[in-house]
Design a protein around this ligand. Sequence first.
Ligand code: GH3
Ligand code: MG
Ligand code: MG
Ligand code: MG
Length: 312
Amino acid sequence: FCASLDAAALIERLEELTDTVQCDPYKVLIVDDSRAQATFTERTLNGAGIVTRTLTDPIRALAELNDFQPDLIILDMYMPECLGTELAQVIRHNERYVSVPIIYLSAEDDVDKQLGAMSEGGDDFLTKPVEPRHLIATVRNRAARARNLKARMVRDSLTGLYNHTHILQLLDDARLRARREQKPLSFAMLDIDHFKRVNDGYGHPMGDRVIKSLALFLKQRLRKTDHIGRYGGEEFAVVLPDTDGPTAAMVINRIRERFAEIVYPAQPQDLRCTFSCGIAELHDEPDANALASHADEALYVAKRGGRNRVEV
Ligand code: GH3
Ligand code: MG
Ligand code: MG
Ligand code: MG
């Protein structure tokens, strides 16, 4: 990157990045009290390049969902601990899993019972023994559609970054992991300085270009393991796992300096922009919101201190 960047080229690159197709293998959680049945399902799906994890004890399903993050769930109907339909309802009560496809796989051949099960949180009902190609096609189609929908739901359409809700969810996941593994975690909030002047002086489309170019700048310069979100209009949020406050400040400061060098060609004169940033390092905050409000306080200090700066 040279000091004066061509904003149009930047935005083109951003669109390329946003469009990159996800091609990780689909992940399927199988819940079945019969080991033999589960093994058959596993082998069929694994043979088609689908990754599986199996639970013979449905009680562990919720913990496993959080850990494995499956694209789809295959549920047995009759298990000693609980019915498949009961488990489906518990899963559906969790906001994060309302749209994960649930497929029942059972020897139950009474159509009324099958329809009843589908009305209680399930999407499809396959009868054992299932034709392998039928199972694979059902899983692939449902998982593909669900993944596509989820990708849209969690992203901001202007920048392709994670949206407000999702970045806070990722922050909370990262917070729990950091606590468990005794590792540092930082959360950064960025806000473009005097952005109203950009809109007022150069028009809303120029404002959008600046927002997009900062989004791309962050994507290119942060690590793959960092999560970047558009927190609000011209506000961004970054989750930095394994990173303490001073290190996060160093990283964002470098980005801040380079971002301030970008020149947006415009009339009557070229435009330059800066941002301010507040960083919070995880201590014992009970949830993501508490950590976010600490970052917000630091951001306020950065603004009060004159803008174009990073505060921890
Ligand atoms: P400060 O340095 O204190 O942050 O000043 P500011 O002007 O950036 O302050 P403020 O946060 O009040 O203004 C943000 C402006 O961003 C207001 C709103 O019109 C504009 N904005 C919000 N979302 C968008 C967007 O998607 N596109 C454009 N072009 N402007 C937006
Ligand atoms: Mg069973
Ligand atoms: Mg703002
Ligand atoms: Mg602002």
